[in-house]
Each structure stands twice: as structure tokens, then as C-alpha cells.
Design a protein around this ligand. Structure first.
Ligand SMILES: Cc1ncc(COP(=O)(O)O)c(C=O)c1O
Length: 375
């Protein structure tokens, strides 16, 4: 692809890569018998929902906005889970939800009867206190986590609860699910005979190159054989849009300070790739590599005023120059959905590279978008 021809800055979703992921996910669902639903939190770019809907019709939402978007753009009621529900939002949530999972017993006591009366299947999020996630920011299963009920508080289920939900994984492999299920059975096994469904959360990165899909299916089928009455649900987000597109940017200036050369871009890490600073991780760039000892290298500088809005160091296959496109890989999941308009910096447009090879621009942003959010 000639990136130079893509307007900059721009997120580009690659339809062919997306369809590859969707086929794999649908295959796992068909082969295992588990229902796999799309977590909107990872990607709410609804321009691609018509493509997703061809393979996976159901979703999970974590707010009224997500639930409504799922209902309007996917055409189905959603499975909802949020850490806390409010009086103001609950009626709205009920309108768009088929399932609602509660994060605490007190929240179930407050809202559960209303949901049940509305014909919604209610569940509780539990904390199996097992996780292989090493970054604390992304570990929901520590014993002090605010997310989910620990086993000591749940000797039995309140009347009306039909499901259990856990979410402990993050970009994980099947072994981590195996470990979580063992912990779940150990701590909550006594509750499994009395529920109808078990939602195994997200974090199953089944579309990653080195993910053993057969192993996941084996784990799921073995678990289902043990608990044949249970409907199993998986709600990954990242797996759907893993490696399905780019953030195309441009080198607008090159500055040299204190012996460091920085390529100044028309995008910002803080505003347009916040996970690179939060996680933190160094995003892959096309045509760049890890500098070898003594090799000429560059920092990439964002265009907002935050001092730490940069990433480094990168060495390039050919000398970078002002005007060159600089393309970040894998910038679709948890990226587009997390952007801000801090500093009023120009927000990247959103385009789809169709299976036929055409670039379809679906959204551009301007002054009105910035202004309308501020008051
Ligand atoms: C409750 C819940 N479900 C599903 C997901 C999706 O996880 P992932 O995108 O890692 O698959 C998350 C992510 O934070 C989550 O918190």
C-alpha cells in the first residue's frame, strides 16, 4: 500500500484483516459451542459493525451509551456489565440489555428486582483471585480489586441470579484460562450447579499468531462436558480488531536537542495512542526497528504539549525526512475508542481499506467536534 496517498493523520481499518479475525472467532464459537460476543469497550467504531454483524451478532456493553450503540448499530440487545450502576442510568440500560451483570451484592439488591421484572437475565461478577496479568493496571483479579465479588462474600446465591461472570485475562493465552477455571471451581464451584450461564469475560487473544485455538476449544469443551447445563459466553474485545489496521501520520518537523533527534509528528501518543503511555509499550512502526548498538536512532514526538508525549528509540530502514508518512501498526483496538481532543490537536480521521483495495473515508473531525465537547 502507498501510505503517502492516505490522508494524514488517519486511522485505517483493514477490512481483509478484520474478516480474517471474524472468521476465526466464528469458527471457535461453532467448534466449541460457546457464544462469543463483541466487547464494545475495545472498539466502538460502528462503521465496521455491519461487517462484524455478518459473523457475530451479539455484544457486551459497559455503559448506557455502549448499550444503545450496540442496539442501534448491531440490532441486538446487549449483555451489560459495569462496575457501578446509577439510578439515573439504570432504566436506560434495561431498555437495551438482555443480560445484566452486577459487580456487588449491594448493587444487585438495589437494582436486581427491577431487572428481573423487566425480563432481564441477571448475573454476578465474581473474583476468582487468579490472574496471570503482570501489569497491575490491567489486573482485575487481585484480592483487593474493586471488580467482582470475592468467594468469602458468596456462600450462596441470592434468589433471582441466573449467571456468573468473571474477567481475569488480558491478551492471554489458553493456559491462563485453564488456571482461572481451576481457581473458579475451587472458590465458586458450589454455585455452578445453580446458574444457567457463565460469562468468561474477555482477554482471550484468540486471533494472535501464536495463540493455540485448538487448546482453547479443548478447554471449553472439557468444561462444558463437566457442566452440560451451563451456557458459556466469552466476551473478547481486542481479539476482534487485533492487528486490523494502522494509524497513519506524517513527519512534520525534525528537532535536535541535547544530542537527541526527534521526529515531530501530526499525532500524539497521549491523545491518539494513550495505551502506549499507560501500559506502557513501544508501538511497532512500519520500516523501523530496534536500534542496534551504535546505530543512528530517533525519538518520535507527539504534537500535544505534554512533556512526556514521545516514544523511542527507533532506527529506520531509510533516513526519515519531513513530509514522510510514519505508520503505526495495530492501532485499532483500545486506541480509536480512547482518544481525546486535549490541546485541541487535530483528531485523526477514520477510514476503511475495503477488501477491494479502495480507501473509504468514514469520519473526519474538526473544530465543531472539539467545541461541542467543551460546553
Ligand atoms: C468485563 C470485561 N469484559 C471484556 C473485556 C474485553 O477484554 P479484551 O479486550 O482484553 O478481550 C474487558 C476489558 O477490559 C472487561 O473489563
Amino acid at each position: 500500500m502507498d501510505y503517502q496517498k492516505i490522508p494524514s493523520p488517519c486511522y485505517v481499518v483493514d477490512e481483509r484483516a478484520l474478516r480474517r479475525n471474524l472468521e476465526l472467532i466464528r469458527g471457535v464459537s461453532e467448534r466449541s459451542g460457546a457464544q462469543i460476543i463483541l466487547a464494545l469497550k475495545a472498539n466502538a467504531t460502528w462503521a465496521i459493525f455491519p461487517i462484524i454483524r455478518e459473523y457475530v451478532p451479539c455484544t457486551t456493553a459497559s455503559s448506557v451509551c455502549e448499550a444503545r450503540l450496540a442496539f442501534e448499530q448491531m440490532g441486538t440487545l446487549t449483555h451489560t456489565y459495569a462496575p457501578v450502576y446509577t439510578e439515573r442510568e439504570f432504566a436506560g440500560l434495561m431498555e437495551y440489555s438482555s443480560h445484566i451483570t452486577f459487580n456487588s451484592l449491594t448493587q444487585f439488591e438495589r437494582f436486581g428486582a427491577r431487572a428481573i421484572a423487566g425480563g432481564i437475565s441477571c448475573g454476578l461478577r465474581v473474583n476468582p483471585e487468579f490472574s496471570t496479568v503482570e501489569t497491575e493496571l490491567y489486573n482485575p483479579a487481585s484480592p483487593t480489586s474493586r471488580l467482582g465479588i470475592t468467594a468469602d462474600r458468596l456462600p450462596k446465591l441470592p434468589v433471582g441470579v441466573e449467571g456468573l461472570h468473571f474477567h481475569t485475562l488480558c491478551e492471554s493465552r489458553p493456559e491462563a484460562l485453564r488456571g482461572t477455571l481451576a481457581a473458579l471451581e475451587q472458590r465458586f464451584g458450589h454455585l455452578l450447579p445453580s446458574v444457567k450461564w457463565l460469562n468468561m469475560g474477555g482477554g482471550h487473544l484468540m486471533t494472535a499468531e501464536d495463540y493455540d485455538v485448538d487448546e482453547l476449544i479443548a478447554i471449553l469443551t472439557a468444561f462444558m462436558a463437566k457442566y452440560p447445563h451451563l451456557r458459556i459466553i466469552l466476551e473478547p474485545g481486542s481479539a476482534f480488531t487485533w492487528r486490523t489496521g494502522w494509524l497513519v501520520s506524517t513527519i512534520e518537523d525534525i528537532v535536535h536537542n541535547g544530542g537527541v533527534g526527534t521526529l515531530m509528528l501530526d499525532v500524539s501518543f497521549a491523545c491518539h495512542m494513550p495505551d502506549t503511555l499507560e501500559m506502557p509499550y513501544k508501538p511497532a512502526v512500519i520500516g523501523a526497528h530496534e536500534p542496534a548498538e551504535g546505530e543512528k536512532s530517533w525519538r518520535l514526538g507527539g504534537n500535544c504539549c505534554l512533556a512526556g508525549d514521545f516514544k523511542g528509540d527507533y532506527a529506520f530502514d531509510r533516513e526519515p525526512a519531513v513530509g514522510d508518512r510514519l505508520v503505526f501498526e495495530d492501532m485499532i483496538h483500545y486506541t480509536m475508542v480512547k482518544t481525546t481532543m486535549f490541546n485541541g490537536v487535530a483528531h485523526p480521521a477514520i477510514a476503511i481499506l475495503t477488501s477491494g483495495g479502495a480507501l473509504r473515508m468514514v469520519r473526519e473531525f474538526g473544530y465543531e467536534d472539539f467545541k461541542n465537547r467543551m460546553s
